[in-house]
Ligand binder design. Sequence first.
Ligand SMILES: [Zn+2]
Length: 472
Amino acid sequence: MNRMRPSLTFLGGVGTVTGSKYLLDTGTTRVLLECGLFQGLSNLRRRNWAEPPVDWHSVDAVVLTHAHLDHSGYLPVLARQGWSGPVYATPGTARLAQIVLADSAHLQEEDARYAAEGGWSKHATPRPLYDTADAARACELFVPVPHGEITRITRDVALTFGRAGHILGSAWAQLDVAGTDRRLVHSGDMGRAEHPLLRPPEPRPACDALLLESTYGDRLRHDETSGDMLASAITRTVERGGSVLVPAFAVDRTEVLLTALRDLTRTARIPDVPIVVDSPMALACLRIYREAIAQRWPEIRPGLAVDALDTRGLVEVQTAEESKHWNKPSSPAIIVSASGMATGGRVLHHLKDLLPDARNTVAIVGFAAEGTRARQLVEGARQVKIHGDYVPVRAEVVALDAFSAHADSDELTAWAAGAAGAVATGAAGTAAPHTCYVVHGEEHSSQAFAERLRRELNWTAVVPREGERVLV
Ligand SMILES: [Zn+2]
């Protein structure tokens, strides 16, 4: 027990919801927890290109809690630099990450090409951050680790994943450092008990240091009205002859939305119109979700109907030609397309065509980060810039954040406390960590949530600074 304590350095995902990267250094080995891409504001995105704060070749292993880009999307940069793994993730995450990373590489290539052709880039010769080959190399590095299995990942670090209920494959991660008795737990992104397809999050284990996400750290949600709001938005849009566009995260949001639309269709609460999923990536993920349901993966809700994702009127758009057809639908339709924050992908073409017409509606169903088009729309922008052109916003915009895959402030607090309603200062609930680091949230949200943990649980809770190093 006389070994030095491990350290933790915050390399991203603090004061922002993107770019998650936390480096655990035991003095013997180094584990990079999350390898996320910065997204949104341009000063954040530029950081993907910056000189790395550490030599990635000194990292012995990467651990990913789930497949979302803000947790996994920087991995191909490491692969491009010749880093050769391993990357530990659950089997579901490993499967989904293949799709997510390939799509990200494709978007990087496309953006660079667009920028070069259009001449509107600030760079003389725009190049992608990484390409398809880098993403493929990154995917070869995955080592699947099922939830609940203790796995030695370096000479002195053992990993255990627990269910997080956020998206398929999602996990919280427990890292035990041998010879020191120190334990770090990272919430990853925390899901909600009400996820229609996934089992709820598993309770938090006791630990010395806790990394806790705070995407909705300062917000509560009112689920009762979300289905009603979606139903009425669709109904009034169709009545005025318009279409509804839903920019949706390809992973999980599309599935949750299809489940909701299936219910609304079955109970005749929305008109019978085509429900178009226009995103090859969303469709690839949909296939994995269907497989998970059919094969009864352990994280799938028991008793879930095998056809839970087979919504009436579903149109699965594969080719770019078919996609163009749906850009300006001749009669009302519901179009679900990625990316969720409208930062890239086919949804941009739909926005260009649908935003200028007041009959249409754009429904934002997930968290919209600062600097993204989805955020601008939620905040009432009268125009948004797409591929160098300003597009007028005349369509109705509705925000339905109850569809988000994140726990809200009450749910995060309950999970942190160790048991619903338990106060973790003593005997009740799981013992308080030595320190809780509030991460993965915009500054105001993280600060408000840290304050709540201090006030309600009497915890030492801090919002770490970018680049800060602490002892675990
Ligand atoms: Zn996520």
